[in-house]
Ligand binder design. Sequence first.
Ligand code: UTP
Length: 289
Amino acid sequence: MIKPLRKAVLPVAGLGTRFLPATKAMPKEMLPVVDKPLIQYAIDEAKAAGIEEFCLVTARGKDNLIDYFDVAYELEATLRERGKISSMAALESSSVPAGSLVAVRQQNPLGLGHAIWCARNFIGDDPFAILLPDDIVSGGRSCVAQLADVYQQTGGNVVAVDEVPADRTDRYGILKTGKDDGSLVEITGLVEKPKPADAPSNLAIIGRYVLTADILKPLSEQKTGVGGEVQLTDAMAEVIGKVPFHGLRYEGTRFDCGDKLGFLEAQIAMSVSRPDLGAAVRSFLKKYV
Ligand code: UTP
């Protein structure tokens, strides 16, 4: 029987070194794209996929990520007194149902695989989604909802994949592929950050996954891989052949907001598509560029 997908893990314990000094005293995942922090894009996408339980894997200095989803009593009272209805509506979208969000600590940033393993008690025996908040996926149905649909058909592990330029394979987990219908591709192998010459394809995993709890066993071994980190890709590679494993060419556009250029592209794309800002931003860009 295929268990329903209700849980999501959002790892936010990385150092965010590419955004220093901005991330010296503020988590990368709180950086806003237009007027929402990265973490909220991820939570909204998960909610749209029917996810009901959220686990943030956090670290020292990142507590305001948890506070962000709390009720801001004083602020709400002040806004109510002053009749700022639209500001109150904006605040509402940043809350989650009581008791639905938990946080665990990753004391040392030992890698994404280690961060997921830190959420093992939350995961239990259940399937779960992983959303890396530095990826924003826009312009289609919730990407996790698309993965969840496939998961309901195939079971096992399903990851979102993108074709990347051949000279960039060393930034991603890359697929070795089996059957491919142009949308869904069977995964027969995985390599983390291969040099272009060693890459088995140019299909890369982006920051969206639906995995079964089978991944916890290889993760518990905490073997280190590329960069001396515990890599999620290596653990996923170990369960290939034991559970079904597919990559989905999802509908939508991914912005890598963990990278300066991707972050700026996201600001432009998300503001241009906003009814309240689009026209003004376009006209500014025409003048300025
Ligand atoms: P990244 O490697 O992109 O993020 O990890 P980073 O390490 O924070 O950023 P840079 O490279 O130093 O600029 C992808 C995701 O995995 C989380 C990060 O918080 C990010 O959401 N992560 C990474 C952890 O939670 N723990 C880790 O040990 C590593």
